[in-house]
Write a protein that binds this ligand. Structure first.
Ligand code: G3I
Length: 350
């Protein structure tokens, strides 16, 4: 999903690896305040069900975060089985953990161009039959977590990376380019009248054309009376992102008056090109977390849905799975708070 070439990432990794992963750790000394106690809005993170077997993870998550997003096990790729059945075992486990720990559950993601399960691809009947299966899936998933999921990413990543329009997908081809989005929102609304219904996308802070196209989609959906209740800004960034980009993006998106969700923030130290200077990259990482937190905290309270960091420990991150030398999050592999944590915490205290 990122624009970085694998060669640049590899080159950076070799440079960074030479510095040693531990060099990126830099745990902060002294007591670490619970992050969620510093923010007037929900602080979220993501998880896989298997993390619930790791007491270090569960303790960190319950101490610091007040909202959970399933990283992949509430998506079609896990729930929709090839035979057309649904499997909710891991999503239920995540929902139960959130409930037991007084944490909000955020549903991610109902419809996504990157998930085109065989159960749907093999439906070569009429559009009506495909539409019924689409509605049935959304109704089953949203209905199952009604009253537990505070909101849903109803359609994930609908905009082409170059901002030239809407992505094509199995969903758009079978049910219409914008109609499939409207249909998913209406169906989710019918299944849960209270959940906040989002669209969600990435690279909005680094690609002005994509941000503009995202805003045009939002305008169209709102003008058509779609039950769009929130705007997701994933905020997967890297340390070279120019200062002010995140703040400007949140300000632009806030003009619709809807709740915003910084839904998947991380700051790669490796992606985005040749690794310049690890100390500078780490400093910029903290500055970007602080910028995002400060800009989010400056929003009207009614528009502060949640601020979600895409993972707890560096080693839990999808970026670390792509490149073990990356250290994109707030806690190191041992679960110790890093300088990025301090920078974000300081921004929340202001
Ligand atoms: O855990 C299984 C493992 O048991 C199995 O051997 C392996 C191979 O099949 O798969 C493992 O599950 C993978 C899972 O990540 C955990 O690593 C899934 O296949 C894989 O699809 C899943 O990838 C997730 C990806 O979305 C696709 O769903 C990433 O974790 C997750 O971080 C990433 O998150 C996306 C957001 O949803 C949307 N925005 C971008 C973001 C990053 O790409």
């Amino acid at each position: 999903m990122t624009w970085t070439t694998r060669r640049a990432v590899l080159g950076s990794a070799l440079a960074l690896a030479a510095c040693g992963k531990q060099a990126n750790s830099q745990p902060i000394p002294g007591p670490v305040p619970p992050l969620k106690s510093l923010a007037p809005f929900p602080m979220g993170t993501c998880l896989q069900a298997r993390f619930l077997d790791d007491p270090t993870w569960t303790t960190l998550a319950a101490d610091h975060f007040s909202q959970l997003t399933a990283e992949w096990e509430m998506k079609m790729e896990y729930i929709a089985k090839p035979d057309g059945g649904f499997q909710f075992d891991r999503a239920d486990r995540i929902a139960d953990f959130a409930g037991r720990n007084g944490m909000r559950l955020f549903g991610h993601a109902l419809v996504w161009y990157a998930n085109e399960p065989d159960a749907f691809k093999n439906l070569d009947e009429t559009r009506q039959a495909f539409g019924r299966a689409y509605d049935n899936y959304i109704t089953a998933v949203v209905g199952r977590y009604r009253g537990r999921a505070s909101g849903w990413d109803v359609v994930n990543e609908p905009i082409l990376d170059d901002g030239s329009g809407l992505r094509q997908s199995l969903w758009s081809r079978r049910l219409g380019e914008i109609d499939h989005i409207r249909r998913a929102l209406d169906t989710a609304r019918a299944a849960d009248p209270d959940a906040v219904l989002f669209i969600n996308d990435y690279n909005l802070e680094s690609r002005p054309a994509k941000l503009a196209a995202y805003q045009r989609l939002i305008e169209k959906l709102l003008a058509a009376g779609a039950p769009l209740g929130g705007i997701g800004c994933q905020t997967h960034t890297e340390s070279e992102l120019p200062p002010g980009s995140i703040a400007r993006t949140l300000t632009d998106l806030a003009r619709f008056g809807l709740p915003l969700h910084v839904s998947e923030m991380d700051v790669s130290l490796v992606q985005g090109g040749p690794f310049a200077n690890k100390d500078l990259a780490r400093q910029r990482q903290g500055e970007l977390y602080a910028e995002a937190a400060a800009a989010f905290a400056a929003l009207p309270a009614a528009q502060q849905f949640a601020f979600t960091v895409w993972g707890v420990r560096d080693g839990d991150s999808w970026l670390a799975r792509e490149n073990r030398a990356d250290a994109p999050l707030l806690f190191d592999d041992a679960g110790r708070a890093k300088a990025s944590f301090s920078a974000l915490a300081a921004a929340l205290r202001r």
